[in-house]
Design a protein around this ligand. Structure first.
Ligand SMILES: NC(=O)c1ccc[n+]([C@@H]2O[C@H](COP(=O)([O-])OP(=O)(O)OC[C@H]3O[C@@H](n4cnc5c(N)ncnc54)[C@H](O)[C@@H]3O)[C@@H](O)[C@H]2O)c1
Length: 303
């Protein structure tokens, strides 16, 4: 572990850290000196139970490298499970400094075929799975702030290009990830008073979630830089979790390979205001004029 220890002494929760990008975050935080609560309930790509215990395996990897970690197998979208997760960090390591919301799964289908269960499950694991962990973490941090103890908290959420630009065949997932982008803005505004920043990332990496997409376009090179390795996403997340990122909040970062980008979201755009109500039949040329002056929307993935 030769990374500069920019998170020395900090306690970090990473959800869904048994595999993929979350596992890379957990290892990177440990290398940066943090104690890590490695959460994962070991579900299949579609959220089904598997009986696997990937969180324990990642804890063993961290401990073998000389780091400090404990495993948690709670469902992060369950109210009591998320509360236990926050409590475990405090009990095991004496506090909580960073919450990385990363866990989730996909059930991709065109909207015309999407079932109610597929909608509910994906919205629950991503959107509710971000809310309930933030809810219990901020309750802890508010208590610390009220008790007069210093709080330098960080929340890093995980959105997706599917939420920022849309993605054909991922209506449920894209809606959840767009919701996470919006939730990040409100949380950043509300939590600043407690000394907690809230940012989000939209990553891209080769994991089981994307191997079908990236296997052909971005195969792993025999040598040189593997731009699609999940480990490329983690340095920014570790920096966002460190004291160095104080003052950066409410931002959405796109991160892939060696690229870090700041996404710019919905903002008030070109407008016409005549100070009186329009009649419906008047609006055709008004809308055409606005569209002519506005930026073109980004392409929807897969369109
Ligand atoms: N891989 C990419 O290119 C990419 C792109 C955009 C966004 N993302 C997002 O990044 C995050 C990580 O994805 P990944 O590609 O590493 O996928 P992954 O499937 O490899 O890892 C996700 C992990 O979350 C765990 N998990 C699922 N439901 C859980 C629950 N209720 N409680 C606890 N753990 C649970 C799974 O067991 C799994 O280990 C996800 O939020 C995903 O939507 C990934």
């Amino acid at each position: 572990m030769d990374t500069e220890q920019i998170c020395a002494g900090r306690t970090v929760i990473v959800t869904g850290a048994g595999r993929g990008i979350g596992r890379a975050h957990a290892l990177a935080f440990a290398a940066a000196g943090a104690s890590v609560v490695v959460n994962d309930l070991g579900s299949a790509l579609d959220g089904a139970a598997t009986g696997e215990t990937p969180a324990e395996q990642v804890v063993a990897e961290i401990v073998a490298l000389g780091g400090s970690a404990v495993a948690n197998g709670d469902d992060i979208a369950d109210w009591d499970g998320a509360r236990r997760l926050v409590r475990q960090a405090v009990d095991a390591f004496g506090g909580l400094d960073v919450l990385v919301n990363n866990a989730g799964f996909v059930r991709d289908r065109m909207l015309v075929n999407l079932g109610e269960d597929e909608w509910d499950a994906v919205i629950r694991v991503h959107l509710k799975g971000h809310f309930v962990t933030m809810r219990h973490a901020i309750e802890y941090w508010r208590g610390e702030a009220k008790a007069g103890r210093p709080v330098d908290g960080r929340i890093i959420n995980t959105s997706s290009g599917a939420g920022l630009q849309g993605s054909v065949g991922q209506g449920n997932y894209g809606a959840a990830k767009a919701g996470i982008a919006g939730l990040t803005l409100t949380a950043a505004a509300e939590f600043a008073r407690y000394g907690v920043t809230v940012n989000a990332i939209a990553p891209a990496a080769r994991t089981r979630m994307t191997e079908g997409v990236f296997a052909e376009t971005m195969a792993k090179p025999d040598d040189g830089f593997d731009a699609m390795a999940p480990e490329n996403v983690s340095p920014l997340v570790v920096w966002l979790g460190s004291p160095q990122s104080a003052g950066v909040t409410g931002r959405m970062f796109e991160v892939e390979g060696g690229k870090v980008a700041l996404a710019e979201g919905w903002r008030h755009g070109v407008a016409v205001d005549r100070g009186a109500r329009w009649a419906p039949e008047e609006l055709g040329p008004v809308v055409a004029g606005l569209i002519a002056k506005a930026m073109l929307p980004e392409a929807v993935y897969g369109a």
